[in-house]
Ligand binder design. Structure first.
Ligand code: DC
Length: 222
């Protein structure tokens, strides 16, 4: 058991957990781990090296020696794979789906466990993902499970894409999000679910400011 405090924020894609996690990390002056980005980079590495997204043995092997660098400057997370900036590439819906596929493989998850735990550094860590509070940082002091309806999450995603000048189809996004939720919550290892001791927040009808206030209040003793 470590004495370095951790705040875990788990939830489905599009729930706003990444935004909240970064805001709180900044407020507390803690480190930040975007665990989903690790799975996204691994899927990218697999595509780059022509490895099938269901080849568990090969994927766990590359997971163990994944050449991955994160850096957070001016609120922007830069992600390097083998020295190449893949920050934008890994954010597409296809990359998210590919990440969800490789993340369902038990050996892949096992290979990435210690790498994630290494982010636990003083003065503290804020992390977001699917199994942060249930598996990776089970002993975390502060845990949040953030959700929202699939429709609202797809709408948020639609707006984000539009702001970036990318046209998308809302009903296709709802379908993709629901499919990803299903895979992430039905898998045998570390499925998406709230930890028993997590504060559960439904942001369907809640603005980002309110979610931020509720999570800040949880960590008020820091
Ligand atoms: O949070 P995200 O959308 O960037 O995550 C991409 C995929 O990675 C997600 O669909 C499932 C997987 N993932 C996971 O299995 N465990 C985590 N802790 C984080 C992400």
């Amino acid at each position: 058991m470590s004495n370095i405090p951790v705040l875990t924020i788990d939830g489905p894609s599009g729930s706003g957990k990444g935004t909240i996690a970064q805001l709180i990390a900044k407020k507390l002056g803690w480190h930040y781990l975007d665990s989903g980005a690790i799975y996204r980079v691994l899927a990218q590495a697999a595509i780059k090296h022509n490895i099938d997204l269901s080849d568990e043995a090969k994927l766990s092997e590359i997971a163990q020696r994944l050449d991955l660098v994160f850096s957070l400057d001016n609120d922007a997370l830069t992600v390097l794979l083998e020295g190449e900036d893949v920050s934008t590439l890994i954010r597409s819906e296809q990359a998210g789906n590919a990440a969800s596929k490789v993340a369902s493989l038990p050996l892949v998850r096992a290979a990435l466990l210690e790498r994630q735990r290494d982010f636990r550094q003083q003065p503290g860590l804020v992390t977001d993902g699917r199994d942060m509070g249930t598996v990776v940082f089970q002993d975390a002091e502060y845990k949040v499970f953030l959700t929202a309806s699939a429709e609202v999450r797809a709408e948020r995603r639609y707006k984000q894409l539009k702001e970036k000048g990318i046209e998308s189809n809302l009903s296709a996004l709802i379908e993709e999000i629901s499919e990803r939720d299903e895979r992430d919550s039905q898998r045998a290892v570390a499925p998406l679910r709230p930890a028993d001791d997590a504060l559960q927040l439904d942001s369907t009808a809640m603005g980002i400011e309110t979610v931020f206030e509720r999570v800040s209040a949880l960590c008020a003793d820091v």
